[in-house]
Design a protein around this ligand. Sequence first.
Ligand code: HEM
Ligand code: HEM
Length: 133
Amino acid sequence: MEQTWSIRLIRFAAIFGLIGTFLGAQMSGNMDYSLRPIHAHILLVGWLSVFAWGIFYKVYTVKFKKLVAIHSILSMIGAVGLTLGMWMYNINPFDLNETLVMVFFIVGGTLLLLAFFLFVIITFLIEKPGKQQ
Ligand code: HEM
Ligand code: HEM
């Protein structure tokens, strides 16, 4: 379980890393920094945090396997939700209803927050070092 989710998280992070650095390059080239917070969260949340979680699952064995899947899914949905929500909220490229966009942003952010919360719990629910696979 951990191995499967580990590589999924790392692949997801790699894609976010590419998107985030591409955005950074665009921002530098255009000298348009309106996407700065989106760039920052794509890289800090989508690339660095998700990558770290992927490596955690590679290294540790968690006692309750379902938590690995729940946390991984939550973290991926949270990373997409937060960054997409922030983009829609800050820029509103499709001119959508403001309340709708705000709710999307809040839901994305909350899911990510839950992923961080669940991760704290998971760090206390690992197999003892001798029992690691
Ligand atoms: C892992 C890689 C990276 C991370 C974690 C990262 C993170 C960040 C963060 C946190 C900010 C906001 C800084 C602030 O609030 O002042 C930022 C801004 C910025 N980043 Fe990145 N970044 C990365 C890579 C890149 C790359 C590869 C480029 C360009 C090719 C780039 C271009 C920019 C630009 C142009 C800004 C805006 C600077 C400004 O507002 O003056 N970043 N980045
Ligand atoms: C629940 C999740 C999160 C929410 C709702 C959130 C929201 C925000 C908001 C609203 C801003 C201000 C953006 C602006 O200036 O327009 C911000 C800035 C920032 N956040 Fe987050 N954030 C979250 C998680 C994180 C995490 C996990 C990290 C790092 C790992 C992070 C790093 C930063 C940084 C570096 C800035 C400054 C970016 C800049 O100056 O452009 N955030 N965040």
